[in-house]
Design a protein around this ligand. Structure first.
Ligand SMILES: Cc1cc2nc3c(=O)[nH]c(=O)nc-3n(C[C@H](O)[C@H](O)[C@H](O)COP(=O)(O)O)c2cc1C
Length: 186
């Protein structure tokens, strides 16, 4: 099968990783695939933060866990109660995608980049997981300080992250695709 189609159809969200680091040339290529994603009006309203420091990812998760536990809905609070809670799923690194807060399609543009990067990661033999669950962390005072520590520029909101690494799991069966979601008009 065509390699692009193959990667799109077989990419999965991976939630268990080996500690082995990802080679710089691989994540540089992945980032390149992110920055070549389409953006509304070609504005490229994004900032990419490559976090290889696991302690920083743990800190985001810890802040998130506390915030979700105190203010989240029941399902979020249940998951925050687990010992192994980690928004980044044990991956050795993550790329945080922040969008220009005032740009109408900033979030959609970051979503495009996140998807492209996840497909690129798969094609390079890496696992990835698209993450949004870390967002509550950044609504806290500690989280706002973290935004500075992460070098995210003023006026940008962290929307998504892509956890990246070599996988340590056999992904579960795929959920069947919903039926009746396509119609054709001739
Ligand atoms: C916008 C968005 C946010 C997501 N956030 C998370 C997340 O915070 N944590 C997580 O484990 N998976 C997250 N996912 C991954 C989805 O759960 C996953 O794509 C879905 O279950 C389908 O599985 P697949 O990617 O293996 O096909 C997110 C996916 C998207 C598109």
């Amino acid at each position: 099968m065509n390699e692009t189609i193959n990667s799109i159809l077989n990419r999965r969200s991976n939630r268990s990783y080996l500690p082995a680091p990802v080679e710089q040339e691989k994540f540089d290529l992945i980032l390149q695939c992110g920055v070549f994603s389409p953006t509304a009006k070609g504005v490229q309203p994004w900032h990419f933060t490559v976090v290889k420091n696991r302690k920083l990812l743990d800190k985001i998760s810890a802040i998130n866990k506390k915030e979700v536990f105190e203010n989240g809905n029941t399902a979020a609070r249940m998951s925050a109660m687990t010992e192994e809670y980690d928004n980044f799923r044990g991956a050795p690194m993550a790329i945080i995608l922040s969008g220009m807060t005032d740009e109408k399609y900033g979030e959609a543009d970051c979503a495009n980049a996140c998807t492209n990067m996840s497909v690129a990661a798969h094609s390079l033999g890496l696992g990835s997981c698209y993450i949004a669950s870390f967002r509550p962390a950044f609504s806290t005072v500690e989280g706002k300080e973290l935004i500075k520590a992460l070098g995210i520029p003023d006026g940008y909101t962290p929307y998504f992250a892509l956890a990246l690494g070599y996988i340590n799991e056999s992904p579960q069966e795929r959920t069947a695709r919903r039926e009746g979601i396509i119609n054709y008009i001739d």
